[in-house]
Design a protein around this ligand. Sequence first.
Ligand code: CP
Length: 315
Amino acid sequence: MGVSVTRNDAWSGRDVLSILDFSRSDLEQLFETADRFSKKEADFPRSLADKIVATAFFEPSTRTRLSFSTAALKLGARVIDLSPDISSVLKGESLADTIRMLDSYSDMIVMRHPSEGAALLASEVGHVPIINGGDGSQHHPTQAMLDLYTIKKLKGGVDGLRYAVVGDTRYSRTATSFLYGLSKYKPGRVYLVSPEGLKMRDEVRASIEALGLQTEELNELPPILDKVDVIYMNRIQKERFPDPNEYEKVKGSYRITASMLADAKDAIVMHPLPRVNELAYDVDSTPNAAYMKQAGFGVPVRMALLHLIVGGEAW
Ligand code: CP
């Protein structure tokens, strides 16, 4: 077929806790493998045919939970789901004991949890690979992977482009994970565009600077709309505000609309979704809208991830 395959030492059997744990060449291997899974279903290897994948989402999710389930099913796995609201979590069972149970029932656990470090704890008590589907306000590694893949597919590469990360850079784990992912590449410029009250926490900024990623902070998007290639929008993470009054102060403080994009040339607008009101529905019909394609890329990227973790060949 003229296709070369390589040994997969980078991913096999690994936990996926943070995108920081993976090198640029690991990510490139993932993306090349995802390209293979973007092709028609008849060609898919059933690399998870003898596997059971457990999903355990302690926070709401549509895309991450269902795209992982879809990816696992397409690769031939069976999927079991914890559903915390009808499980013994409600009787007070600890996270550690819950993970120990799933560890004995399955070959891999995909989890989401509100607490930072929950996936790390799971990896310490379990033996099967743990995939972090988002914990706390910093890490959502597979979202960052599919975000980078989207940029490669729609803009031809990640290096040299100018990025605006817009909105809640204080509590959004998708924004932080995206920046951690960008630190593996050589972006041209990175603007952080947030109103007061949603600016990045000092300790997160310090960790990003330590990774060598230079950023510039702004309060508003319009002055740079014609200077960026990628606009990465984020929802205000209402659920992570320690004080509801603080949320009320920033609610509705930024929004992008189709008319604003007249200045944006061929910039793509990304959003991890769900959106609330920061991304107007009239943007959907502009050529800039990339967020539905972005969500769709979640399936081939997560198929590639599952395939590589069980020791499948890298493409
Ligand atoms: N992008 C994302 O994590 O979406 P869900 O919360 O629906 O999984």
